[in-house]
Design a binder for this molecule. Structure first.
Ligand SMILES: [Cu+2]
Length: 394
């Protein structure tokens, strides 16, 4: 609200200033000898230098931005293909940077060099085949190379060999949470359909499918280091996007279809926490949190918890009001820890059975409570009736 008011005030000030200059201009009518409205050589010189000033601003701000905020970009990738993605990204950035540096400079230099001058006449220049060829062929070749390299990277990343030993995991998106389903010992995910959602079977897993019997449903994702994990994504309601920035992985989750993505994690969570850049980043975040905590405590609030790094699965499509909070913790374990963690989990079939067993006695108990309540009401009514009869007899 405050910023809106500030903007309104600035706009009004600008309008006031504009009106004032108009009044000033009106007062000057007739007093100046040069009111031809045609730019003089002096005007052209000034405009030329101002343009150079703007060019300097673009260059300086770009370099300043890179130095100041460059460290906010994602650092070391935590997946095998991440190096390829980063490489592609870096090549693209360098190309854009170099080309923009040169072309902006040339643009402003030529504008300045050929600025208006009393004795200069514009040169009529129809075309130059040589120039046309240069500025068509060079960008075409560069772009073609970039696209070919991009296609090579894409095919490399998206290709999953059918015979490869991969871990099958389903990522299920819904407003506003993620759930993961492991394929179990058979490594085949059972069929699922939203129409089959019932009770604790929130993913609509088809329990009549033999492949579903050993499926495991969890709310925290664990994956082993050095093993290819093949994710199959589904969505219950709207478009979501499974985004795991540290692994350079992103794939849309589309209602009514299964999308997929596979990668090999290369750092366990604890290894990634130990990387020097991460140690520095976490220390910086905690320093800011400590400062904020002092402020909060002074106002009577509670201090902030210190931050520890965790990989995250985020939603990267604006899918509704709580979209910003749609995330799941991802833990990369050593293969041994992963096996141990998974072996401690119960299967969905067991969970459903346990829930049904828990429900049966509860229903019985409900019936008992019900009859006890009825008895109590009856006793109260009887007492009241007896009291009324007593009063009546008196
Ligand atoms: Cu979402």
């Amino acid at each position: 609200m405050t910023s809106l008011l500030v903007i309104v005030v600035l706009v009004l000030l600008a309008i006031a200033l504009w009106q004032l200059t108009k009044i000033f201009d009106l007062t000057q009518v007739g007093s100046s000898s040069d009111d031809t409205q045609v730019a003089s050589d002096n005007d052209n010189n000034i405009q030329g230098y101002i343009m150079f000033g703007f060019l300097a601003f673009i260059y300086i701000f770009t370099i300043y931005g890179l130095l100041k905020w460059g460290n906010l970009a994602l650092h070391t990738p935590a997946s095998e293909h991440g190096l390829l993605v980063d490489n592609l990204m870096n090549i693209t950035w360098v190309l854009i940077f170099v080309v923009q540096f040169i072309t902006q400079g040339l643009l402003y230099w030529f504008s300045f060099k050929n600025r208006g001058h009393k004795d200069k006449k514009a040169l009529f220049f129809a075309d130059s085949n040589k120039l046309e060829a240069i500025w068509s062929i060079i960008p075409s070749v560069v772009l073609a190379c970039l696209i070919l390299y991009g296609l090579y990277a894409w095919n490399n990343i998206m290709f999953v060999d059918k015979d490869e030993d991969v871990i099958e995991i389903e990522l299920y998106a819904q407003q506003f949470k993620w759930t993961a389903r492991y394929a179990g010992n058979d490594n085949v995910l059972g069929k699922a359909n939203v129409r089959l959602i019932e009770g604790i079977n929130t993913l609509g897993v088809d329990m009549s499918d033999p492949n579903s019997q050993d499926d495991i449903v969890v709310s925290e994702l664990h994956i082993p280091k050095g093993k290819k994990v093949h994710f199959k994504m589904r969505s219950q309601d709207v478009l979501h996007s499974a985004y795991m920035p540290h692994f350079r992985a992103q794939m849309n989750c589309v209602p009514g279809m299964v999308t997929e993505f596979a990668f090999i994690p290369t750092y366990t969570t604890s290894e990634y926490r130990e990387l020097p850049f991460m140690v520095e980043k976490v220390a910086n975040i905690n320093k800011l949190r400590a400062e904020k905590s002092v402020e909060l405590v002074a106002k009577g609030g509670t201090a902030l918890d210190p931050y520890t790094f965790d990989y995250l699965l985020l939603c990267n499509k604006i899918c509704g009001a709580s979209h910003y909070n749609m995330q799941m913790k991802v833990v990369v374990d050593t293969p041994e820890d992963y096996k141990k963690w998974l072996s401690e989990k119960t299967t969905l079939a067991q969970d459903i059975k346990a829930a049904a067993a828990a429900k049966a006695p509860a229903e019985g108990a409900e019936a008992t409570t019900d009859s006890t309540a009825k008895d109590t009401v009856k006793a109260v009514i009887d007492t009241v009736k007896a009291a009324i009869a007593k009063v009546a007899m008196k």
